[in-house]
Design a protein around this ligand. Structure first.
Ligand SMILES: Nc1ccn([C@@H]2O[C@H](COP(=O)(O)OP(=O)(O)OP(=O)(O)O)[C@@H](O)[C@H]2O)c(=O)n1
Ligand SMILES: O=P(O)(O)OC[C@@H](O)[C@@H](O)[C@@H](O)CO
Length: 433
C-alpha cells in the first residue's frame, strides 16, 4: 500500500532506510564494534533495526556492515526475526558505507540486489537505537518538500577554534549553531547524485551527508528539531546510558494475549487507558500458536510481562504453552518473566467457585516455572455485565508461594512485583462492563 493512505505514513511513493553499521567503534574501545555490543543480551544494532522496522511505511532497510561482519549481521536478523532487511558490505569510512548502501537501489545493471528505488531515503546511524516514528516522519516529509532534511539538537558545549599555537583563536556564538544528529532524509536522486560526485577527500574525511547535498546538489536541507534520545553511542558511557534506558523500557510493556475477543477489547482498552502514562500495552487477540510471527516478534522484542485473558477456568494448558513458546524463542530471560493468567468468570453466582484441584495444579505449575525465572500469577475475576458501572478489582490476598491472587470487586491497585531491578510492573484491572 502506498504510504499515506489510511495510516499516518507520509504521502511519498516509497521510503527506504540505510543504516550505516560498518564502523569499528575505536572510541568505545574493546574488540567488538559497538553496534554488535550486547545490551540486555541483545546486539545494539538489533534495537535500531527494530525501531525502524516498526515503521510500517519504510519498505526496505539496508544495514551496511564491514565484510567480516556480514554473517554476524545475518544471524542477528534471523535470531530476532527482523523483516524487510538487506545486508550489504560497508566501506572504510562512514560515507563510503552509506554510498554502498544507496547503490543497492541504483539502476546498476551489475547489482544483483536491485530493490525498488525509493522516492525518499532515510539515513540513520545504526548506533542511534532510540529513534521514533515521529521524527522519521518529520524528516521524510521535510525531505520530500526540500530535497533534504536532518534532525538537529542544541549544542551542549560551545564550539571553539584553536590557533596554530594550540591556543584559543575564536569561539562561536552557541545559540547560532546546532548539533547535526540523525535521522536524515533525502530525495533519493539528490543524495545519490551527491555521492556520485564526491571526491575521495569527501568520502574519506567528511562526516555530514547534509553538506554533500548542499555542495553537489545546491540543496539546503530543512533542519528538524530532534529529541534528546537521538544521541549516538560513541563512548563506553553511552553504552551504559543506552543499557539503562533499554532496561527501563523493557519493564514498561505488557502483552495481552487472549482468544476472548470482547475481553481483549475491554481489557486492552482499559489497560491502555489506565496504564498508558506508565506502561506500554501491546494488545493482541490471538490463539497461542507457535507459528504466530507477531507473538514471536513480541518475544524477540524482549517483552517480559504477559496477561493471558480467558473465559475458561484455569487455563493452565495455555500458560504451559506460552511458557514452552517463551523457552523455544530462546530470548535471554535476563529478568523474571511475569505471566498473569486472568480468568473472567461471568457466571451469575457471585461466589467464586474455586476448584481446589485445579488451583493445586496451578500452584504446582507456578512452583515449577518459577525455577525458570518465570513468575505465574492467577487472577480470578468475577464480573457481571452491568453497563456503566465502574467495577474495580482488588487483590484480596496473594499466595506468596505461587503468586496466586484471588480478587473481589473492591478498589485497589494490583501491585504485582515485576522483575527485580526494574520498575514493578503494576497492573490495574478496571472493568467497565
Ligand atoms: N566505515 C564506517 C564507519 C562508521 N560507520 C557507521 O557510522 C555510524 C556512526 O559512525 P561512528 O559513531 O563514528 O562509528 P565508528 O566509526 O564505529 O566509531 P569510531 O570513530 O569510534 O571508530 C556507526 O553506526 C558506524 O558503524 C560505517 O557504517 N562505516
Ligand atoms: O562523526 P562520526 O563518524 O562519529 O559520526 C557521524 C556523525 O557525524 C553524524 O552521524 C552526524 O553528525 C550527522 O551527520
Amino acid at each position: 500500500m502506498e504510504p499515506g493512505g489510511c495510516d499516518a505514513g507520509p504521502t511519498v511513493k516509497a521510503v527506504a532506510a540505510v543504516l550505516p553499521a560498518g564502523g569499528s567503534g575505536e572510541r568505545l574501545g574493546g574488540a567488538t564494534p559497538k553496534q554488535f555490543c550486547t545490551v540486555q543480551g541483545r546486539p545494539l544494532v538489533s534495537y535500531t533495526v527494530r525501531a525502524v522496522e516498526r515503521v510500517s511505511w519504510i519498505s526496505d532497510i539496508i544495514v551496511v556492515v564491514s565484510p567480516e561482519n556480514i554473517e554476524t549481521m545475518k544471524s542477528i536478523i534471523e535470531k530476532y526475526g527482523h523483516k524487510r532487511v538487506t545486508v550489504t558490505e560497508g566501506g572504510i569510512t562512514r560515507h563510503r558505507s552509506i554510498f554502498n548502501g544507496l547503490k543497492l537501489f541504483s539502476e546498476n545493471k551489475f547489482s544483483n540486489h536491485l530493490l525498488q528505488k525509493p522516492e525518499v531515503v532515510v539515513i540513520h546511524d545504526a548506533v542511534r537505537p532510540f529513534v521514533e516514528e515521529d521524527i522519521l516522519l518529520k524528516v521524510v516529509m521535510a525531505a520530500k518538500e526540500h530535497g533534504a532534511a536532518g534532525a538537529i539538537r542544541p549544542l551542549v558545549s560551545t564550539v571553539i577554534a584553536s590557533a596554530a599555537d594550540g591556543c584559543l583563536d575564536h569561539s562561536l556564538e552557541r545559540t547560532k549553531y546546532r548539533a547535526s544528529e540523525m535521522p536524515q532524509a533525502f530525495l533519493f536522486d539528490i543524495i545519490y547524485q551527491a555521492y556520485q560526485q564526491c571526491t575521495d577527500y569527501d568520502l574519506d574525511y567528511g562526516t555530514e551527508c547534509l553538506h554533500l547535498a548542499l555542495k553537489y546538489c545546491k540543496t539546503n536541507a530543512k533542519l528538524v528539531e530532534g529529541t534528546a534520545d537521538l544521541w549516538k553511542v560513541t563512548y563506553k558511557r553511552d553504552l551504559y546510558a543506552a543499557e539503562s534506558i533499554i532496561k527501563d523500557s523493557l519493564s514498561q510493556q505488557i502483552c495481552i494475549i487472549t482468544d476472548v475477543k470482547e475481553a481483549v477489547v475491554q481489557v486492552g482498552f482499559l489497560l491502555h487507558e489506565s496504564l498508558r502514562s506508565q506502561i506500554k500495552v501491546e494488545t493482541i487477540s490471538i490463539s497461542l500458536s507457535k507459528r504466530d510471527n507477531h507473538l514471536q516478534n513480541i518475544f524477540s522484542g524482549q517483552c517480559y510481562n504477559f496477561v493471558c485473558i480467558n473465559d475458561k477456568k484455569y487455563a493452565t494448558e495455555e500458560i504451559q504453552q506460552l511458557v514452552d513458546m517463551l523457552e523455544e524463542s530462546n530470548i535471554p530471560l535476563l529478568h523474571p518473566v511475569v505471566l498473569i493468567s486472568v480468568h473472567l468468570n461471568t457466571s451469575e453466582n457471585a461466589s467464586f467457585s474455586i476448584d481446589l484441584e485445579e488451583l493445586t495444579k496451578m500452584k504446582k505449575f507456578a512452583r515449577e516455572v518459577k525455577r525458570k525465572n518465570i513468575l505465574v500469577y492467577g487472577l480470578l475475576i468475577q464480573y457481571k455485565t452491568v453497563f456503566g458501572i465502574q467495577v474495580t478489582i482488588r487483590a484480596q490476598q496473594r499466595d506468596s508461594e505461587t503468586n496466586t491472587i484471588h480478587v473481589s470487586n473492591n478498589s485497589q491497585l494490583l501491585q504485582l512485583q515485576g522483575k527485580r531491578n526494574c520498575t514493578p510492573a503494576s497492573l490495574v484491572l478496571i472493568g467497565t462492563v
